[in-house]
Design a protein around this ligand. Structure first.
Ligand SMILES: N[C@@H](Cc1ccc(O)cc1)C(=O)O
Length: 511
């Protein structure tokens, strides 16, 4: 049964966002009297100021640098509609359905903090979109990630008022049609509500949550691939010795060493060794994968702070009856962690590309067939094994490495120099997602090659893998058979990629 995620004042987790994005959980809005009152108190602050003819940025003024333009009271309801419309200029591909659900969930979570001056009705409508899977088509490009993800989020605000396209029940239609299929009218935005929907970091934060989740899984997969690579080339298990690692106390490095150690049968001395120390792509794996693993807790903490923040402007404090003008839409923290994560993950692509080279090259693979071809007899001289897959890995790795240029340092002054310093966090998060996609491709290839390498090694000498792992490899052979002759591997690689994306295997016990 689908688990419910309650949207209330209690914090969301990264896993909540991931589960909602995959429609494994459903969104439920807190309907307790306390929560409704908490939210409505914020909306009343806006009404009170308007009644007293006060001034609120973005309610009685133009937006951004146009904040010196006064908007007459009789137009305050039209202003939010204009905001959704003039930001309807996004370009590029559209976010996937999973990404769009995550974006909706993250924005709803932030508005549930109760510091944005919106009505409970708006939250109801947003949660209804999640519940009925009414997913706005949101173009990926056009946010500098500092005045919030204004342009992409305008596609949510525009959809709420019936004016943008959505995917609903497998079709693309105007949001007004999707609402009418449910017997409801488009939403009428109150003053401040379009700004509250758009003036925050929901797009980059949603993407960052998905990236974090994939990276966490990749660390385990990378550890497993390393174990298999080591076993395939007859490497030295003692590089992962507990006492060895105890003297360099990075927790992530120690964790990765422990994972790899748990895959291997560590004998005091290993009879097959001809080389006392393995090359760095094996020996230093705990220091490479471990660095990513060590970055994860920091990244998660940053994500949680952003996820459970009021990232908006102005901030409406109903208890103090104050309206604060500030810059909480700025995505500097997400930009930082996404720039960090993409370089870390790209290092994993590079690691596996090197491991592929090690396993395929007869000069370094310690007696395995060239290119890990399993061909014999007449097929042998014709067969090229993983040769082209390795070339693919080199291309995917280069593409991933190329994307590691930090986005956050490319701040551009924009919007008449009102936004004269911006985060580019959305670009960093999109880069990070793409780096992960490419790295998963390299990992899929390396996983397949290393598994084959182990099966080929079995014929040569004893494997240093634990018995359950050997049994797993043999099972795998039915889905990914040895390359006894050349065949196109695209579909098998895609199958492997799907398994990775769905986190199909649990490699190690939960930490
Ligand atoms: N993020 C701006 C608001 C803004 C909204 C729309 C714009 O087009 C520009 C700026 C602020 O709060 O100051």
């Amino acid at each position: 049964m689908c688990q419910s995620i309650i949207f209330s004042r209690s914090p969301l987790s990264v896993a909540d966002v991931v589960n909602l994005s995959q429609a494994k959980s459903s969104a439920v809005l807190d309907d307790s009297a306390d929560f409704i009152e908490w939210i409505e108190a914020g909306a009343r602050v806006i009404d009170d100021v308007l009644r007293k003819d006060g001034k609120i940025y973005g309610v009685t003024t133009g937006y951004g640098d146009s904040c010196e333009v006064s908007v007459p009271l009789e137009s305050v309801n039209q202003l939010p509609v204009n905001l959704t419309r003039f930001h309807g200029c996004g370009l590029g591909k559209y976010f996937s359905e999973a990404e769009t659900r995550a974006i909706l969930a993250v924005r709803l979570g932030s508005l549930c903090q109760g510091y944005s001056g919106v009505s409970y009705k708006l939250l109801q409508r947003l949660s209804l979109m999640l519940q009925h899977d009414i997913l706005p088509l949101i173009p990926e490009e056009g946010s500098v990630g500092a005045s919030g993800d204004l342009t992409p989020l305008s596609y949510i605000a525009g959809a709420l008022i019936g004016e943008r396209e959505v995917r609903f029940q497998g079709k693309t239609m105007l949001s007004s049609e999707a609402f009418s299929a449910l017997g409801i009218e488009p939403y009428q935005l109150r003053p401040k509500e379009a700004l509250a929907l758009m003036n925050g970091t929901a797009v980059m934060t949603a993407l960052a949550c998905l990236a974090y989740d994939s990276a966490r899984y990749l660390c385990q997969l990378s550890s497993r691939i390393t174990s298999l690579t080591l076993a395939a080339v007859g490497g030295n298990p003692y590089h992962f010795d507990e006492q060895l690692h105890a003297v360099k106390p990075h927790a992530g490095q120690q964790q990765v060493a422990a994972w790899i150690r748990s895959d291997l049968v560590v004998a005091e001395t290993h009879p097959t060794q001809t080389r006392l120390q393995d090359r760095y792509s094996i020996r230093c794996a705990p220091h490479i994968v471990g660095a990513v693993q060590d970055a994860l807790p920091f990244i998660e903490r940053t994500l949680l702070d952003e996820l459970n923040s009021a990232n908006d402007n102005p901030i409406v404090d109903s208890q103090a009856q104050r309206i604060h003008h500030g810059g909480h839409f700025y995505g500097g923290h997400i930009a930082m962690v996404m720039d960090l994560l993409k370089t870390q993950v790209a290092n994993l692509a590079d690691l596996h590309d090197r491991q592929m080279a090690l396993m395929l090259d007869e000069k370094s693979n310690n007696g395995l067939p060239a290119n890990l071809s399993a061909a014999t007899g007449e097929e042998k001289p014709l067969s090229h094994g993983f040769k082209a897959v390795q070339i693919g890995c080199s291309a995917w790795t280069a593409e991933a490495l190329k994307l590691t240029m930090p986005a956050s340092v490319f701040s551009r002054s924009t919007e008449c120099h009102n936004q004269d310093k911006v985060s580019m966090g959305t670009i960093a998060a999109r880069d990070c997602r793409r780096v992960i996609e490419l790295t998963e491709q390299v990992a899929a290839a390396a996983f397949m090659a290393a598994s084959h390498g182990c099966l080929l090694r079995k014929n040569i000498s004893e494997l240093v893998l634990t018995e359950p792992l050997q049994a797993f490899l043999e099972q795998q052979q039915t889905e990914f058979p040895l390359l006894t002759k050349d065949r196109p591997l695209e579909m098998e690689l895609r199958k492997m990629l799907n398994y990775i994306a769905q986190q199909h295997w649990q490699f190690y016990k939960a930490t």
